[in-house]
Write a protein that binds this ligand. Structure first.
Ligand code: MRU
Length: 356
């Protein structure tokens, strides 16, 4: 494992465990705490698609680790580094085809591709380099989340009551979380009073995952259904909203879990700050706005059923877009590991990345 101190000893979202990628099975939380061990890139791809592992940074990390174990598995049969690079290529394509919206997946795979394209020497040397790179992606994510948490916490007034959507926590990252990283830092600094977690239909990331990981750390969390959020704002039970992101365009438009856009509109109507927290690996500066961000449409069954129980009459069509895009105009500030960006976000993000 890593020299970095663990964010919370209680669970591993996605880690390298010998020749396997070990992932807590997020499909069955909070009832059951069990781990899936994937030993091929194909198994990791399946785990991403099936939501064993989810959340933008965690998907990227899982894919990178998937490439690393695939290379380790194929190294013995490869003549040299170049032959191994060729053999691993299809696995990268397979991993890239799992989920389209979170740019962290493509960012992480590009990093692994860069290592592959510099392949020389023995297959074992390349397999080791890929493993080192994947582990570096994991460690960087944890560092970024901690830094982001501290930057975000400084925005909050003491006694703040936050509302969040989906799960942008330790379960969506290497650990600590993005939006929940801010929650964790604010809690440790004594600034946070409580968290309202949107249930987040249809996959229930808020009810099942955010509530689970905050409860584990005794951070006060109350779950509400998604349609209660605007009313909670109206009745004065929310001081600020904080969410994560799956892809942020150059102008600050932010794709995140479906329902985020509605929440931003409601926050705006009530004069509440709306913060989006994400590592710079979530930035897609090649897209000038969020208009062209691909939005994943997930299986209808996630809407028609809860577990085995059917909620919608058979044969009635349903829609299941998994993400929406919140326009930059509704966002108060972007919180990254490099600092906080205020509008106008375009120049602010450029400046942030230039390091000034
Ligand atoms: O479909 P999911 O569960 O992968 O969607 C996750 C989200 O939308 C999160 O808010 C986002 O990835 C940020 S996670 C730090």
């Amino acid at each position: 494992m890593t020299a970095i101190d663990r964010p919370h000893a209680a669970f591993d979202t996605v880690v390298l465990a010998g020749d396997a990628v070990r992932m807590i099975d997020q499909r069955v939380l909070p009832d059951t705490e069990t781990y899936v061990h994937a030993v091929t890139a194909e198994e990791v791809a399946h785990a991403i698609r099936e939501m064993v592992v989810r959340g933008a940074p965690a998907i990227g990390i899982a894919a990178a680790l998937g490439v690393a174990i695939e290379a380790g598995r194929l190294a013995a049969d490869a003549r040299d580094a170049r032959a191994l690079a060729q053999a691993v290529g299809p696995a990268i394509e397979r991993l890239a085809a799992t989920r389209p919206t979170a740019v962290n997946l493509f960012w992480a795979l590009d990093r692994m591709r860069r290592v592959l394209s510099s392949a020389s020497g023995t297959a074992t040397t390349l397999a080791t380099a890929l493993r080192t790179e994947a582990q570096a992606i994991w460690e960087e994510d944890l560092r970024m989340c901690r830094a982001m948490g501290d930057h975000g916490a400084a925005l909050l007034a003491p006694g703040c009551r936050l509302l969040t959507h989906c799960n942008a926590g330790g379960l969506a990252t290497a650990g600590y979380g993005t939006a929940l990283g801010v929650v964790r830092s604010a809690w440790r600094q004594g600034r946070l009073r409580s968290v309202l977690a949107d249930e987040t239909r249809p996959f229930l990331q808020g009810a099942r995952l955010t509530a689970w990981e905050l409860q584990k750390e005794a951070i006060p969390v109350t779950v509400i259904t998604d349609n209660m959020a605007a009313w909670m704002m109206k009745t004065g039970e929310v001081d600020a909203v904080i969410v994560g992101a799956d892809r942020v365009a150059a102008n600050g438009d932010a794709a995140n879990k479906i329902g985020t856009y509605g929440l931003a509109l409601a926050a705006h109507a009530h004069g509440l700050p709306f913060y989006v927290a994400f590592p710079t690996s979530t930035l897609d500066l090649a897209r000038p706005t969020g208009e062209s961000i691909p939005i994943e449409e997930r299986p209808a069954r996630e809407v028609t059923h809860v577990g085995d129980k059917r909620l919608v009459p058979a044969d009635v069509p349903v829609r299941n877009p998994a993400f929406d895009v919140t326009p930059a105009s509704l966002i108060t500030a972007l919180v990254t590991e490099r600092g906080v960006v205020r509008p106008p976000f375009g120049p602010g993000l450029q400046k942030l990345l230039a390091g000034s």
